[in-house]
Design a protein. Structure first.
Length: 268
């Protein structure tokens, strides 16, 4: 008989039964026809999924799933065949997997299953590896693939997140109002200081300071309006004022827009 790659074979003898010390590796082997025949086992790493629904330490119902990579212990294949058969994985892994999951998950609260997921996965792996070793099964990897909570718990977590976001938003609104209040106080203090300085300058220099500010304001307005061809700027004066009025009247008659800005003469 030929043992394929990734397989091992044990021999069943009609007289002695399973030969306990014979595990044939890959390749060509001899047996007695009609008296002995091989039983093949796949010894490659095989994935299997284990799922269960259980309760946490704080009595929350969760659904958890594992992905297990397993293979049989080669030198124990005759014993596995005697006690469990070729479908040993289907017989053993679901039962010990659910048992291990329930025992480990019961040690943690629902929140800890998320915050301490690495620790939970490590505890499950250690416990499940020890249990599988009793049945001569080697576990190369155990990892949590699915973790879901009940509707009530998920809804409570969502409401908690919403409440936290609303609290943060309210905190931001309060901080914004406080900053606006401080800005208003600073602005009022600046305006009060400006008014005090203007009053002081007026008392010291009379109306000359106010006339200077009026001239500066008029100059700034004239500079902003001068690029517009529809706006006429005329300084104040006797004859100039009359000419300006006529020009303004003509502009009104023709439908144009005229703007007369009169700046008092500083020598008045």
């Amino acid at each position: 008989y030929i043992v394929p790659a990734g397989n091992r074979a044990i021999i069943f003898d009609r007289w002695f039964g399973i030969k306990e010390n014979v595990v044939s590796k890959e390749g060509f082997h001899l047996c007695i026809p009609f008296w002995q025949w091989p039983v093949f086992y796949d010894v490659r790493i095989t994935p299997r999924k284990v799922e269960t629904e259980t309760g946490t330490k704080d009595l929350q119902t969760i659904k958890i799933g594992l992905r297990v990579l397993y293979r049989p212990q080669e030198e124990k294949l005759p014993l596995i065949n005697k006690k469990l058969g070729t479908d040993y994985a289907q017989r053993i892994l679901p039962s010990i997997g659910q048992e291990t999951l329930k025992s480990v998950v019961a040690r943690y609260d629902a929140g800890e299953l998320i915050t301490k997921r690495v620790k939970v996965s490590q505890d499950i792996r250690e416990s499940l590896t020890l249990r599988a070793k009793d049945f001569h099964i080697i576990l190369d990897d155990v990892s949590i693939t699915d973790l879901s909570f009940g509707y009530e718990y998920s809804n409570a977590v969502e409401q908690k997140q919403v409440a936290q976001q609303e609290a943060e938003r309210a905190k931001f609104v309060v901080q914004k109002a406080e900053q606006e209040r401080l800005a208003a106080v600073i602005r009022a203090e600046g305006e009060a200081e400006a008014a005090r300085l203007i009053t002081s300058a007026t008392n010291q220099f009379g109306s000359s300071f106010i006339e200077l500010r009026r001239i500066e304001a008029a100059k700034e307005i004239a500079q902003k309006l001068s690029p517009n061809t529809k706006i006429t700027y005329l300084p104040g004066g006797g004859s100039n004022s009359g000419s300006g009025s006529g020009s303004g009247g003509g502009g009104g008659g023709s439908g144009g827009t005229s703007l007369l800005i009169q700046i008092p003469n500083s020598n008045r």
